[in-house]
Design a protein around this ligand. Structure first.
Ligand code: ADP
Ligand code: MG
Length: 245
């Protein structure tokens, strides 16, 4: 029997008022899999990510993490948020905390890890994202690329089962995009389960196991990166690719 997929969405629907933003979404992500989600602006990619850690509720359907429905509230919801890491376009670091404190805060406050242990782990993570020399600085003293790598370390500090990346390089100056993608590529090759919304097609080709193409709240096409980029099956995907490649 195949292992339970880590993340499952079954017939998920979501409206914002009259707007039907997620339409019968079915998606299953295996442990260790890297899924890249692409599609035009407004197609529902961010909303899709946000439903998986319950930053957004859904109107119908089911979302399962490790075979369990997402909890609605309380301690179980807090645990879900640590199991499902999220890296945003805008970094969202705590500006009044140092880099090191940004990383130890979640583990000490939410997971009740002793401070010394959390700090030791934070140093390891800073090494992993290649930024140990910035540990004592505040976010505003860092470049965008450095801040985003801290955000990735902060997500990793919670030992997530899966990390959602929502356009993690879109707000970066071009020269900083690669350093963030390199860290993400390392994570992917180390077996981290990742759902990545991105327009970085080079990353998708290199790191993705699967590409999911969304338009108008629907998954229009799903394929290996190779197949998707060389022979998209739908007119919409062909049209989208012709505009971005
Ligand atoms: P994408 O990330 O693919 O650009 P989003 O998931 O952000 O798409 O948005 C999908 C649609 O839902 C868009 O039309 C957007 O304007 C709308 N939308 C997103 N968030 C909200 C919200 N909180 N309230 C109302 N409409 C929203
Ligand atoms: Mg978005």
């Amino acid at each position: 029997m195949a292992a339970t997929p880590l993340v499952v969405l079954e017939n998920v629907n979501k409206h914002f008022g009259e707007l039907h933003v997620l339409r019968d979404i079915n998606l299953s992500v295996a442990a260790g899999e890297v899924v890249v989600v692409i599609g035009p602006s407004g197609s529902g990619k961010s909303t899709l990510c946000r439903t998986i850690n319950r930053l957004e509720t859904i109107d119908s359907g089911r979302i399962l993490l490790d075979g369990q429905p997402l909890p609605a509230e309380g301690r179980a919801l807090a645990r879900l948020r640590s199991d499902v890491g999220m890296v945003f376009q805008s970094f969202n670091l705590f500006s009044h905390k140092t880099v090191l404190e940004n990383i130890t805060l979640g583990p000490t406050k939410v997971l009740k890890v002793p401070k010394a242990e959390a700090t030791l782990r934070a140093w390891e993570l800073l090494e992993r994202v290649r930024i140990t020399e910035q540990a004592k600085k505040y976010p505003a003293q860092l470049s965008g690329g450095q801040q985003q790598r801290v955000a990735i370390a902060r997500a990793l500090a919670m030992n997530p089962k899966v990390i959602l990346f929502d356009e993690p390089t879109s707000a970066l100056d071009p020269e900083m995009v690669q350093e963030v993608l390199d860290v993400m590529t390392d994570l992917a090759s180390e077996g981290m389960t990742m759902i990545v919304v991105t327009h970085e097609m080079g990353f998708a080709r290199r790191a993705a196991d699967r590409v999911v193409f969304m338009a108008d709240g629907q998954i229009v096409e799903e394929n290996t990166p190779d197949e998707f980029f060389t022979s998209p099956r739908t007119e919409r995907a062909r049209d989208f690719l012709s505009k971005i490649l």
